[in-house]
Each structure stands twice: as C-alpha cells, then as structure tokens.
Design a protein around this ligand. Sequence first.
Ligand code: MF3
Ligand code: CO
Length: 291
Amino acid sequence: MEGKLGRNDLCWCNSGKKYKKCHEAFDSKIDSFRRKGVRVPGRNIIKTPEQIALIEESAKINIEILDYVADHIKEGISTQEIDEWVYNITTKHGAIPAPLNYEGFPKSVCTSVNDVVCHGIPSKDMILMDGDIINVDASTNLNGYFSDSSRMFCIGNVSDEDRKLVEVAKKSIEVGLDKVKPWGYLGDVGQAINDFVKSNGYSVVREIGGHGVGLAFHEDPWVSYVSKKGTGMIMAPGLMFTIEPMINMGKHNIFIDEEDDWTVYTEDGLPSAQWEVQLVVTEDGYKIISY
Ligand code: MF3
Ligand code: CO
C-alpha cells in the first residue's frame, strides 16, 4: 500500500494537479487488482508525461544510432567499427552509451552475429562476412533517461532459411505489441509471442527477456516470452518496457562464454535473431518509444 493522499492534495506524479483530477482513479484501479492478488506496478515505475518526454529525447539518439548503422553496415567491417559509430554519435549528443561499463560490459553496444543470441562484445577481430545476420542492440542514457532498442541486419546474400528467422523475429514484435493493452496482463504478450514462434518451428530463449526501462537501464517488470496469458504484471498506463524475444532456429538452450562472461550462444550452434522495441502503455493502447 502506498501513501494515502487526500482528494484535494497535489497528485504524487508531480503534475501539479489535484489528486482527484489526476491519479485517484488510477490508484483505485491498481488497488482493486492488488486486492485480487494480481501483480501491479509500483508508482516508481509508472512514467509521467514529463518523464516520457525526456525519455523520448534519449530515444531520438538511440534511433539515430540504429538508422546510422542501417545505412553503413556492410561486409568487411568489424563490429569494433560499429562500436565506434555508436560511441561517437552518442557522445556527440552529450549522452552516454548505457552498456559502457554496465556491470563491467566493456563496449558501447552489443553486436551479436549468427549463433550469438545476445550480449556479443564488439571486436576488431569480428569481421562481418557475406551471409551473416547480426543484431545491433543500442541503449542510450541521456541525463539519466534511458532508451533501449535493437534491430537485425542481413549482410549480403543471406540464406532463405536465415532470412526467414530474421523475419519471424521481427513479426514476433508485432504479435507481442498486439497484446499490449491498458490494464491487460503482461503474460499475454509472452504467450502470444511464444505461440507464434513455435508455430514457425523455432524456439524462444527462456532465461533472458525484456525489462522495464526509462528511469534506469533495467527496471521492473521482467518481461518473459515463456509466460502464460492471464498472468504477470498488469500493464497500467505509464508502464514502460521492452519487447525483445530472442528466437532460436533450433533448440532454446543457451550458454554463456566462460572467458568473457557476457557473450550468449545457442547451445546447438544454430542461428538466433532478436529485435527489440521500447514502448509505453497509454490510456488507449501503447506508444513506441524506441525501435
Ligand atoms: N541492451 C541489452 C538489453 O536489451 C542490455 C545488455 S546489457 C549490456 O537489455 F551490458 F550488455 F549492455
Ligand atoms: Co533491453
């Protein structure tokens, strides 16, 4: 239970409005879910319009980064070069690449090629070759406001098989977005994605998922893609999170590189693909923040 406000007190969200004209109805809805034993977001992860505007400034940079990568990525470049693009664009805007030094991550962006599921570390020794598929995952911290999204890129002549994997991963984002509804269950998103991916003969990574984001790089809720509909946190308006399922062509099993403690690989060596969107739940649906 969070602090009780009088109806004529100023709202907790700093809107300057009276509580009764602002979040009172919201809070009573939250309380009714909570009384039923349903998971609800705390006020600390519900974003105000002012916060959303500042997070969108961060996202502009994140989108510029991914657009730049889309225009310049090609066979023969190293993933280290991508890291340099990301660092330069981010710092030019006075922002910080969120991955840099995050829990010891050594670079500004994650670059995950072929059987790397996620958290690939850029390297001058990793040269992109004809037929590669790569995820570039950018995250930006502008004045303490965080954005996070990623895209896949196909290098040269990618096999039909791999191209289909990339497309299904992208389509799975739309399938998930379709389930984002104010006051719906977050588990609906994961179940829809999992069902869709399975129907294409692929599997979804279980151990790593999406997350709340905005006022920190990673916040509640954790967003699983092996969740069940009608379970999980209630998607209250103002909740901001990522949808970023990792789709494996073969089995869902993964392992982490023992040397660098970051790079996640598929256990069977088959490729994996991932797109990531950051969104905020609104009164009538959702708004995409970064993609
Ligand atoms: N961008 C990743 C995500 O989507 C986070 C990777 S953590 C890092 O959550 F340190 F590797 F950047
Ligand atoms: Co993320």
